[in-house]
Design a protein around this ligand. Structure first.
Ligand SMILES: Nc1ncnc2c1ncn2[C@@H]1O[C@H](COP(=O)(O)OP(=O)(O)OP(=O)(O)O)[C@@H](O)[C@H]1O
Length: 466
């Protein structure tokens, strides 16, 4: 049972409606109308959004452009008021919203630091104590004595972030700010965020960088066009988000319905992936897009360990009906040795004409971060147009250089139709790959360094060793 004080942020049935007028004059006409005639239409930037953030959690909000991410952050921080619903916040918020929010452009950097500190409830003395850390973190030199309107966007974000993160906030809210600033500053910010997160700060972040979402968030809320879609484990939510990006709304709804069948399952990694019948609907014999399926015998995939959860989507013009993973000795296996060559084979049946199909594979870690992958387009493979009834067999051959560990393999047949990226059939996290290694190096993969070390003892001739 959850008690109220376990939450840092509670968002309850929040809607934000903007009045949109066709012409500027309509606004005036409406305000002067004696009959109270409407000259506007209501636009729901947010429709009845509810979610909670527990104290100490790092939660990400993701969604396509215009889905309402910034709007909800602004409502939580009090910059905007909701049209209906309410937000309860427990703790001092430090927010890094869009560039410029909370800063007075005519004030110097230092003056802005003091002004924002006061707004957060700190005394001048407290801010004076924090100032050295803030300035050191921002590292913009004498510019702190200049009005912020003279700053480059990079300098501005350095100061704004340094301030937001060095006041030891109870709740830190970050909106996409990290995409500005150079790579060194970004990594410094992430390190600092990691520190304050370990100290128990609640973090709510909006970002389009799915790698950061998977790496830093405990939980993710997915919005679309102002509506709440789902919340749960980062890897799962990123997969749902990719469906929205690929316009696979049917597949998305199917998956959401399955997630909801597990009452109370949303937000729980294990429960949010429903056990299903593998990658195809074996009862109806239909492909993802509803075409009558061709039945294939003697499948490679039958000899592999595959994900029992339902993990497919696509418009049904193609079916990736079989795949295999072969080690250097030609064994069909999920087990590979680091350093050996291996093959990923895919067999695809087509139910329609496709001018330029693309075949792909991706390897992810357990948290859902893409580690590597390629496709026939990147590789410049000669792929011909296909028609109903055709089949393709594709083989990717490469060396396993990932460190020993457990990984997940996804694959798909995609393409472009009228310039739009189209997913014909995608199987994600369909099989595991276990990499066995007798020598691990640092990080996710091994660059297979060749080492040459030369000892030069004092007073002797040089010795060479490998
Ligand atoms: N002042 C406003 N008047 C009218 N519509 C607005 C206003 N501010 C935002 N909107 C609209 O509300 C919707 C949500 O905007 P918001 O900035 O919250 O989206 P977002 O998810 O943060 O998008 P992005 O990823 O592009 O930053 C958008 O369609 C936007 O055009």
């Amino acid at each position: 049972m959850s008690s109220d004080n376990e939450y840092a942020i509670q968002v309850q049935n929040v809607s934000k409606i903007y009045k949109l007028y066709e012409k500027p004059i309509d606004r005036l006409k409406e305000s002067l109308s004696i009959t109270h005639k409407n000259y506007h239409r209501d636009f729901f930037a947010l429709s009845d959004i509810s979610f909670n953030v527990k104290k100490g959690e790092t939660v990400g909000i993701i969604g396509t452009n215009g889905s309402g991410k910034s709007t909800i952050l602004k409502i939580i921080t009090g910059v905007l008021t909701p049209t209906s619903g309410n937000v309860r916040v427990s703790g001092v918020i430090s927010a890094l919203l869009e560039l410029g929010a909370g800063f007075n452009m005519d004030y110097t950097g230092i003056e802005n630091v003091f002004m924002n500190g006061t707004m957060m409830g700190f005394t001048r003395k407290q801010m004076e104590e924090k100032l050295p850390d803030i300035l050191e973190f921002a590292d913009i030199g004498d510019f702190v004595y200049q009005p912020v309107k003279t700053y480059s966007s990079g300098m501005f974000v350095r100061l704004a972030f340094a301030l937001a993160i060095n006041v030891e906030p109870e709740i830190l809210i970050v909106d996409e700010a990290l995409s500005v600033g150079d790579v060194f500053f970004q990594s410094k910010c992430y390190r600092r965020m990691e520190e304050i997160r370990k100290n128990g700060t609640t973090i709510l972040m909006v970002t389009h960088d799915m790698g950061s979402v998977i790496k830093y968030c405990d939980r993710v809320v997915l919005l679309n066009k102002g509506h709440y879609v789902a919340e749960g484990a980062p890897g799962k939510m990123v997969d749902l988000y990719k469906k929205i990006l690929a316009n696979q709304m049917g597949a998305l709804e199917e998956e959401l319905a399955e997630m909801n069948d597990f009452s109370g399952g949303i937000g729980d990694e294990e429960n949010s992936a429903k056990s299903g019948s593998g990658t195809s609907d074996s009862k109806t014999g239909k492909s993802a897009g509803g075409h009558q399926k061709t039945v294939h015998q003697g499948l490679m995939r039958d000899k592999l360990t595959i994900n029992p959860s339902k993990t497919e989507y696509g418009n049904g013009k193609a079916e990736l009906y079989d795949f295999g993973l072969f080690d250097e000795r030609g064994n069909l296996t999920n087990l590979l040795l680091k350093g050996e060559y291996f093959e990923i084979r895919e067999r695809i049946h087509f139910y329609d004409t496709i001018q330029a199909p693309i075949f792909t594979y991706t390897i992810k870690d357990k948290k859902g971060a893409d580690l590597t992958g390629t496709n026939t387009m990147f590789e410049g493979a000669d792929i011909r147009p296909v028609k109903d009834g055709d089949e393709y067999e594709v083989c990717f051959r490469q060396k396993m250089t990932l460190q020993g560990g457990e990984y997940l393999l996804s694959m798909s047949c995609t393409g472009f139709e009228q310039g739009e990226h189209t997913v014909y059939h995608r199987l994600y996290d369909i099989a595991n790959i276990t990499v066995i290694s007798n020598k691990n190096t640092v990080g996710v993969y091994d660059m297979e360094s060749e080492v040459e070390a030369v000892l030069k003892p004092s007073g002797t001739q040089e010795e060479k060793g490998n």
